[in-house]
Design a protein around this ligand. Structure first.
Ligand code: SAJ
Length: 421
């Protein structure tokens, strides 16, 4: 059993993973210092509020701050365990992973390490990053011993423990999901498992750091490849006059077939990013994974071509009309159903391109947002009824429940999500 009395946690990076994790530890009576470089984020959290959108997170954070168990600041503080949950973005056309925030986090916690400290990397990372963290820490603290040189006898324990929670269900999945624990040594894994058992109800399974790093990457790559297969099928079926959603539902009745759903492209911050980490470290060998990324990234362009064809079709049926007269409506902007997150959203990207390319009016409906995103300032923010009655071309981009239940509008319909329009 974990000795709760001596456990204190310092979480570096208070984003979509770090903040919920910090708050959940605090909800189990573990004192937590949360660290973020953004002063605004720190102030918001110390007021018991949150800067991101995630159901139930506000309640857990408010309770933790009110009870004095969660405090945010811009610099790390001494703790028995340090968790690194900072972004690891990909850069430019080369899609190269940038682990500089992980390095900065490691250098910031290094002065606070002492005999017995546990350091855990949670950020999605290229294989080998945990070993790099161990090297950076060792360079900063020559007075301490580390697993890469002293094995099980080291002063400091280091592990990679990826998060696997689904945005929108983070609070539930943080507790319920099984957790992979990749220690640099077996003792490192055991120490990390003791820590996660404080709140994880799922199983904590020990492995090594490289396997845990790769597991995180292949989980999202598996999904990306499967979605790419569905997206490619949707393009093929469109040409062959087959309803791809009916086709997939039928094929999935086979006991060993489980094809995912086509859509307007893959969005969010994980599935469209993580496969590049593998491509980058194994460029010659990761052929299928790279192709899947390209297939999914090309899908918004295909949707835009369908829209251009629909405009031409409308004009052919309305002699005398010009493109400026054709009203297009986009239904949904979020990166997936029933959430309000538009970051890296193919739906938003398609709406922005319509604004650039189409001479006529664009109507936008997004029941999960209060206002139009700034990049769509020339579009008209409207409700379902207005769009359904005023638009000539209806483009369904997100399968929100509100759209699934509605009667399909009149006019030309482009259903990128298979809601049955
Ligand atoms: N999508 C499709 N067709 C599908 C399923 C999804 O087009 O059949 C699209 C969605 O519309 C969205 C994108 O894929 O644009 C990603 O959505 P998602 O629900 O598949 O995944 P995320 O990005 O919200 O969360 C994923 C999850 N990973 C897996 O399911 C393997 C989550 O468990 C991870 O923790 C998260 O990435 C992460 O942080 O890495």
């Amino acid at each position: 059993m974990t000795n709760l009395e001596n456990t204190t946690v310092c979480v570096v990076g208070l984003g979509y993973i770090g903040l919920p994790t910090a708050a959940i530890f605090a909800s189990r009576k573990v004192p937590v210092v949360g660290v973020d470089v953004n002063r605004g984020t720190v102030d918001t959290i110390n007021e018991g509020r949150i800067h991101i959108v995630e159901p139930e997170l506000d309640i857990v954070v408010r309770a933790a701050v009110e009870q004095g168990l969660l405090r945010a600041q811009t610099e790390p503080a001494p703790a028995s365990a340090f968790l690194i949950a900072v972004p690891t973005p990909i850069r430019g056309d080369s899609h190269k992973p940038d682990v500089s925030y992980v390095r900065s986090a490691a250098e910031a916690i290094a002065p606070h390490l002492r005999f017995g400290s546990l350091v855990i990397l949670e950020s999605t990372s290229p294989v080998g990053t945990t070993e790099a963290v161990a090297e950076w820490l060792a360079e900063a603290r020559p007075d301490l011993t580390f697993p890469q040189t002293h094995g099980e006898r080291s002063d400091i324990r280091i592990a990679y423990c990826p998060e696997r929670v689904l945005p929108g269900k983070v609070i539930h999945e943080l507790v319920a999901n099984d957790r992979l624990i990749g220690g640099l040594t077996e003792r490192c894994s055991r120490k990390a498992i003791e820590l996660y058992r404080i709140f994880v109800a799922g199983e904590c399974i020990a492995t090594n750091a490289r396997t845990a790093e790769m597991a995180k990457l292949i989980e999202n790559s598996y999904r990306d490849v499967n979605i790419a297969f569905a997206n490619e099928l949707s393009v093929i079926c469109d040409g062959l006059g087959i309803d791809v959603w009916e086709l997939i539902a039928l094929a999935n009745r086979h006991p060993r077939v489980n094809i995912l759903q086509p859509g307007p492209g893959v969005g969010g911050h994980c599935i469209a990013v993580d496969p590049w980490f593998i491509v980058n470290s194994s460029p010659e060998d990761a052929r299928l994974i790279r192709t899947a990324r390209i297939v999914n990234d090309d899908k918004p362009k295909w949707v835009l071509e369908k829209i251009a064809t629909a405009v031409a079709e409308h004009l052919a049926a309305h002699p005398g009309a010009s493109a400026e007269d054709v009203v297009i409506a986009c239904y949904g902007l979020a990166f997936k159903a029933d959430i309000d997150d538009v970051r890296s959203s193919p739906a938003l990207n398609i709406a922005e391109s319509i604004l650039d390319q189409h001479a006529g009016p664009l109507l936008v409906i997004e029941p999960h947002l209060d206002t139009l995103p700034a990049t769509l300032d020339r579009a008209r923010w409207t409700d379902l009824e207005t769009a359904a009655s005023e638009a000539d071309i209806h483009v369904l981009l997100v399968d929100h429940s509100a759209f699934r239940g509605m009667t399909p509008p009149h006019g030309i319909r482009i259903d990128t999500r298979g809601v049955g329009w």
